[in-house]
Design a binder for this molecule. Structure first.
Ligand SMILES: [Zn+2]
Ligand SMILES: [Zn+2]
Length: 147
């Protein structure tokens, strides 16, 4: 997943975003970081970089970026809520409720769904980083209800 720092900052400026030092710091961490950073992960990296932001501040900045459409927020179940810059190509996850196994899937799966939602509901869906919960093959074959 590649993001150009300059391109991202340019897009933010175009939208009239005020880039405070705090916002820049969180953006830098997202740009440098791997996928799937929790608020706590980001806060730890802020501290590593010698700055001091509260969890609430980090969270607010992430919400701001999310509302602008730059960051996805996904609840991965056991792994908690994670954030990442929306890149291309997008990816999504199938997560097993029983064993916690995760299968990564491409974005093609959602193209038709997006078209459908746009066409039938006149609604622009943001399907940026989905987690779909269910049962993997192994667990689906087991009788996990214990009956
Ligand atoms: Zn992911
Ligand atoms: Zn499973």
């Amino acid at each position: 997943m590649t993001h150009s720092r300059d391109e991202l900052l340019k897009q933010l400026r175009v939208r009239g975003a005020r880039l405070t030092i705090q916002r820049r710091l969180v953006l830098d961490i997202l740009l440098d970081g791997n996928d799937h950073l929790s608020v706590q992960d980001i806060q730890a990296q802020v501290t590593q970089r010698g700055a001091d932001l509260t969890e609430t501040t980090v969270y607010r900045i992430l919400q701001w970026l999310k509302n602008l459409g730059f960051v996805s927020q996904t609840d991965l179940g056991q792994r908690g809520v994670v954030y990442e810059l929306i890149g291309s190509p997008r990816h999504h996850h199938l997560i097993c409720l029983n064993c916690g196994g995760v299968i990564e899937v491409g974005d093609g799966l959602f193209e038709e769904l997006r078209d459908h939602v746009r066409r039938d509901y006149d609604f622009e869906p943001r399907i940026d980083h989905m987690a779909i919960f269910g049962l993997c093959q192994d667990c689906g074959n087991q009788n996990i209800s214990g009956e």
